[in-house]
Write a protein that binds this ligand. Structure first.
Ligand SMILES: *[C@@H]1O[C@H](CO)[C@@H](O)[C@H](O)[C@H]1NC(C)=O
Ligand SMILES: *[C@@H]1O[C@H](CO)[C@@H](O)[C@H](O)[C@H]1NC(C)=O
Ligand SMILES: *[C@@H]1O[C@H](CO)[C@@H](O)[C@H](O)[C@H]1NC(C)=O
Ligand SMILES: *[C@@H]1O[C@H](CO)[C@@H](O)[C@H](O)[C@H]1NC(C)=O
Length: 259
């Protein structure tokens, strides 16, 4: 009797949580640990650093309305699978906190999105109310700040690109030109936003890894379909989006779009 009385209440509370916007009902601690299981591999800094509580605290910050809480349940799950998929790719499964290659010191890659370049540290810092230009190490010493920089990048459009968030939540409609170039709503477009056109073909090993090693596994863990366009298609897209974190090398001479 007591059990039957309590269960609907618990269900209602869960529903309410979902409706009030947290990511917690979508990515439970169990799902988080399952997705990021490789972060505790020996030699990885990420295990102790990338905690579920830090993720929740960052995701919950009022500067990011809508992150993982936009649209229906499937949309929320797919957006978060995509977020963890892309961030897992650049951190090798949340193993790395700081980039191995520190050529762009002091603004080398840090945190889940591997925030790179002086511009991105400036813009992220401004958005988050932190002086990341002066204290870039905050991104590799404070896990909440680290997750916030990743969510900031995910949520922020840098013209001419839409934000990854908009792409994964139905907030972006491709133009005729985008469609001609093979840019359609789906995980593939977030690959384009993050790394430009060099990975926009199925034979790119990096694009394969982003999809097969992470995104699809995470969709399975979060129990949602992969959606359309997990790859971007065009291999002639030479112009990187201005938001690119890791700009692709210049196109070879004589390829279209290189002007
Ligand atoms: C990984 O390590 C963290 C911190 O030490 C711990 O909280 C977490 O449960 C571990 N996860 C797995 C899957 O072993
Ligand atoms: C998220 O924010 C709400 C309201 O701002 C707060 O009540 C809740 O405890 C926060 N949750 C987490 C996990 O930080
Ligand atoms: C696809 O992308 C890879 C990696 O950038 C590149 O090496 C390859 O030449 C591209 N394939 C085609 C058909 O352009
Ligand atoms: C995938 O494309 C089909 C056909 O255009 C559409 O009906 C469906 O809603 C799309 N799926 C998603 C997740 O957007």
């Amino acid at each position: 009797m007591r059990l039957f009385g309590l269960l609907p209440l618990a269900g209602a509370a869960l529903l309410l949580l979902g409706m009030t916007g947290g990511v917690q009902p979508t990515v439970t601690r169990e799902a988080f640990d399952s997705m990021l299981s490789a972060r505790n591999v020996s030699g990885c800094e990420g295990g102790a650093f990338y905690t579920y509580d830090a993720f929740l605290a960052a995701a919950n910050a009022s500067v990011f309305p809508g992150f993982g809480t936009t649209g229906d349940d499937k949309t929320r799950r797919r957006e978060l699978a995509a977020f963890f998929g892309q961030t897992s790719f650049v951190t090798t499964g949340y193993c790395y906190v700081k980039a191995v290659n520190r050529a762009s010191a002091p603004y080398y890659g840090r945190g889940p999105i591997q925030l790179t370049t002086e511009d991105n540290y400036r813009l992220a810092g401004r958005a988050l109310g932190l002086d990341l230009l002066r204290y870039p190490d905050l991104v590799s010493t404070d896990p909440v700040v680290a997750f916030k920089t990743a969510i900031w990048f995910w949520m922020t459009a840098a013209a001419p690109s839409p934000s990854c968030h908009a792409v994964m939540t139905g907030g972006w409609t491709p133009s005729a030109q985008d469609r001609d170039a093979g840019l359609l709503p789906g995980y593939g477009m977030t690959t384009y936003i993050l790394n430009g056109g060099t990975e926009c073909n199925r034979t790119s090993q990096a694009a394969q890894d982003r999809v097969n090693n992470y995104y699809k596994k995470y969709c399975d863990i979060l129990r949602v379909g992969y959606g359309n366009n997990t790859f971007c298609q065009n291999d002639e897209l030479a112009q990187p989006p201005s938001s690119s974190l890791h700009p692709p090398p210049p196109p070879p001479p004589g390829t279209p779009g290189g002007q």
